[in-house]
Design a protein around this ligand. Structure first.
Ligand SMILES: [Zn+2]
Ligand SMILES: [Zn+2]
Ligand SMILES: [Zn+2]
Length: 363
């Protein structure tokens, strides 16, 4: 993700901020321009941006009512909610105080997910406007008695059990399942991977090339998962898959790989922008090293040479930093050649989808 500056005082500010730590300006995210903006807030009337256009805005209703959002809505929008909150159709009952915290954490992770999808140029259709191929989120709590909510994706609906937003609970599950990594953002990136399989491979007819790289997805999905949970992954899974769960079925392999693609693109993007921040001097406050890697590395060959090579170095750097600070590895994965082939296919299909979406918008 890019770095942002307060439009009033120039201080570095973050995607999650609602206020500048240096000058106190009210901040909110503008999803149209994908940037944090500073606002002049008055008791009456809309907020005004501090830049020359002085456009009128208001906070998302989930910010006002629940402190669950930091995005702004154009003052003339017919919607009370921002572009991210509108995609959530179900939230847990908020009279339970834990649910409010859990829901806030989920919305925060979802905003970061959306930022990456939009910056990659991927279409994010709203289920309410596109009932057959739109995306919607259900954040649900399991009933005290009765079956637990299963995190998963079905026909554009991403369901997340809000208990995953409880750090202690999620860490307990991670340890029990012997997973190296389990985060809310990782869940959302995985589940949205299933959504894009339908939109990219399914709708656009890329089945043959998918099967060549990931295997035949027509094998029985229920049987495959049952086998995975009963017998575990094959002994050599790490030669061919990014995680043991990815070995369960080609659809899960795609979703896991897609999640890693988003991890890699976002982290490289963040690193490139911070590199520019760290290289800045009073004489040259905006060096040009900050580059959006996913846009630059458009061809498959470039993806392998530029993006992957830089990622391997950056991942080692991140893991070393984690260890220096007494934490575990931030990216506890290795990427064998077979996984690089899969990431390369995800990249080229994402890129072609971005081009199609752009052409469709232009037409
Ligand atoms: Zn400021
Ligand atoms: Zn919102
Ligand atoms: Zn899955």
């Amino acid at each position: 993700m890019q770095t942002f500056r307060c439009q009033r005082c120039g201080q570095t500010v973050f995607f999650e901020n609602t206020q500048c730590g240096a000058c106190g300006a009210r901040l909110a995210f503008d999803a149209e321009r994908l940037m944090m903006r500073a606002f002049e807030v008055t008791d009456q009337g809309p907020w005004r941006t501090l830049d020359d256009d002085r456009t009128a805005w208001r906070p998302c209703a989930n910010d006002v009512k629940h402190g669950a959002c930091n995005w702004a809505v154009p003052a003339d929008s017919p919607h009370a909610l921002c572009a991210s909150c509108r995609l959530t159709a179900v939230i847990p009952p908020l009279h339970d105080g834990r649910h409010l915290q859990q829901w806030r954490a989920l919305e925060s992770a979802k905003r970061r997910l959306l930022y990456t999808l939009w910056s990659l140029g991927l279409p994010v259709p709203d289920r309410r406007e596109r009932p057959t191929d739109g995306l919607v989120f259900h954040f649900k709590a399991s009933p005290p008695q009765g079956p637990a909510v299963m995190t998963g994706h079905a026909q554009g609906c991403i369901t997340v059990n809000v208990a995953e937003a409880d750090d202690a609970e999620r860490e307990a599950i991670r340890t029990r399942l012997r997973e190296p990594y389990r985060t809310l953002l990782g869940h959302l990136r995985h589940e949205v991977g299933h959504f894009y399989w339908d939109r990219i491979v399914g709708d656009q007819g890329w089945h043959d090339v998918f099967r060549l790289v990931f295997g035949d997805e027509r094998q029985d999905y229920g049987e495959a998962l049952k086998r995975h949970y009963e017998q575990g992954p094959p002994a050599d899974w790490s030669q061919r898959h990014v995680s043991s769960y990815a070995a369960s079925h080609p659809w899960e392999d795609w979703a896991e790989t897609f999640a890693h693609y988003l991890h890699i693109v976002d982290a490289l993007d963040t690193a490139s922008h911070w590199q520019a921040v760290m290289l800045a001097t009073p004489d040259d406050p905006s060096p040009t090293q900050g580059v959006h890697f996913a846009r630059v590395a458009t061809r498959m060959q470039d993806f392998r040479q530029q993006l992957v090579q830089q990622w391997v170095t950056l991942a080692m750097f991140l893991n070393s930093m984690g260890r220096s600070l007494g934490q575990g590895d931030l990216y506890p994965f290795v990427l064998p050649n077979a996984v690089l082939d899969k990431l390369t296919l995800v990249h080229s299909l994402v890129h072609s989808t971005m081009l199609r979406a752009r052409t469709a918008t232009a037409a």
